[in-house]
Design a protein around this ligand. Structure first.
Ligand SMILES: *Cc1c(COP(=O)(O)O)cnc(C)c1O
Length: 388
């Protein structure tokens, strides 16, 4: 077994089929044939490993899972059609009527919908806790709390949650700790090291990293993934072999892409801190970040996202976006192409002003997913837009 991250991302592969291709073949098949009745029986009984049907497994999804297991340092994994399918499948597999979820307040928009609109249909309740008021977390734990769910860095405020502290709290209360590790990727942050039970990903973001496909992963302890598998085999959120093939190939360049995303983002964050139109810059590895010390401890680099607050508020936020010539206005993040969003008027527009302020989504907040273009061109585009 090879050791370093880069090598695992490139060389870990599943290979039941003897093959000659140097690049993994694409297995577009919905089912697999058996040698005889005995093999068929044994595979269905789970006595023999191997593919049966692509809703359960496929050579391409298995290769992707094997790589991600190696990168996150976990025992087991499951692949899903999107990041949201990973989140919903995890909740569906682990929770039942009467259970309660503790979650950090600033979860991804669709996760917020699952917690507040979908799970309550089955009698599953939730409490949001304030990321920056850690004392309130323990008070929010109830008799029926089953899981604690967080994102760090959070979106779009880039707040940082102390993973080691939280996993200890979860263990003390026998809660399953779950993290959406999408913003950091396993290259920057490996939650298993800090004691987390389950790690979820939207592979749509940095893991593909080129804005082409959707995908998701659930990674962690075998006993928990067994429950995920029991749910997913029959509810069917399977990742397509084609998308698995794309994402698996993308993982081979994850480390060098993340290095450049982070290098560009840090340069942009430092440049923005000195700009007169900018009131505040949020970036995990800037010394001005309130949780800089924790971010340094648990993240290898600061990530590819920079948030900043314009002095002029809502109008200047919208004007800024309209003046950008190169940077794309789109809903994605973690792409080779730089992307700008204005959360107050888009992703978080349905919240009240008060709710937005609680999440740190001020009217002039801009989020940049810093891409892989040359940093001079990224800064030039932003500088021109700030001048207007
Ligand atoms: C995009 C995203 C998701 C959802 O992933 P999809 O692949 O779009 O379903 C979940 N969590 C975070 C933090 C995200 O950025």
């Amino acid at each position: 077994m090879t050791k370093e991250f880069e090598t695992k991302a490139i060389r870990t592969s599943f290979d039941t089929n003897k093959r000659e291709e140097h690049s993994t073949a694409l297995y577009l098949t919905s089912s697999y044939v058996f040698e005889d009745a005995e093999e068929m029986r044994a595979k269905f009984a789970g006595e023999l490993e191997g593919n049966i049907y692509s809703r359960y497994s496929n050579s391409n999804t298995t290769e992707l899972i094997e790589k991600m297991k190696a990168l996150e340092g976990v025992e087991a994994g499951w692949a899903t059609a999107s990041g949201m399918a990973a989140i919903f499948t995890t909740f569906g597999a682990l929770l039942q009527s009467g259970d309660h979820v503790l979650a950090c307040k600033s979860v991804f928009g669709s996760t917020h919908n699952v917690l507040t609109k979908i799970l309550p249909k089955w009698g599953i309740t939730y409490t949001y806790v304030d990321v920056n008021n850690t004392e309130s977390w323990e008070d929010a734990i109830q008799e029926n709390t089953k899981v604690v769910f967080v994102e760090t860095p959070t979106n779009p405020g880039l707040d940082i949650i102390d993973l080691e502290w939280l996993s200890e709290l979860a263990r003390k209360h026998q809660l399953i700790s779950i993290i959406d590790n999408c913003f950091a990727t396993p290259y920057l942050q490996q939650p298993i090291e800090f004691g987390f039970d389950l790690i979820l990903h939207s592979a749509t973001k940095y893991l593909d990293g080129q804005g082409r496909v959707t995908g998701g992963l659930i990674l962690g302890k075998q006993s928990l993934i067994d429950q995920v598998e029991a749910f997913a085999r029959h509810s069917g959120p399977a990742l397509s072999p084609f998308n698995a093939w794309i994402i698996s190939k993308s993982l081979e360049t994850l480390s060098i892409r993340m290095d450049r995303h982070c290098e560009n983002a840090l340069k942009l964050a430092i440049w923005l801190e000195d700009h007169e139109e900018v009131a505040l810059v949020k970036y995990p590895h800037l010394p001005s970040h309130p949780n800089y010390v924790i971010a340094k401890k648990q993240m290898k680099q600061g990530g590819g996202i920079v948030s900043f607050e314009l002095k002029g508020g809502l109008t200047s936020g919208r004007n800024f976006l309209n003046q950008l010539a190169m940077i794309s206005l789109t809903a994605n993040l973690g792409d080779t192409r730089s992307i700008a969003t204005h959360p107050a008027s888009t992703t978080h527009s349905k919240l009240s002003e008060e709710e937005r302020m609680e999440l740190g989504i001020t009217p002039g907040l801009i989020r940049i997913s810093v891409g892989l273009e040359h940093i001079n061109d990224i800064i030039n585009d932003i500088e021109k837009a700030l001048k207007q």
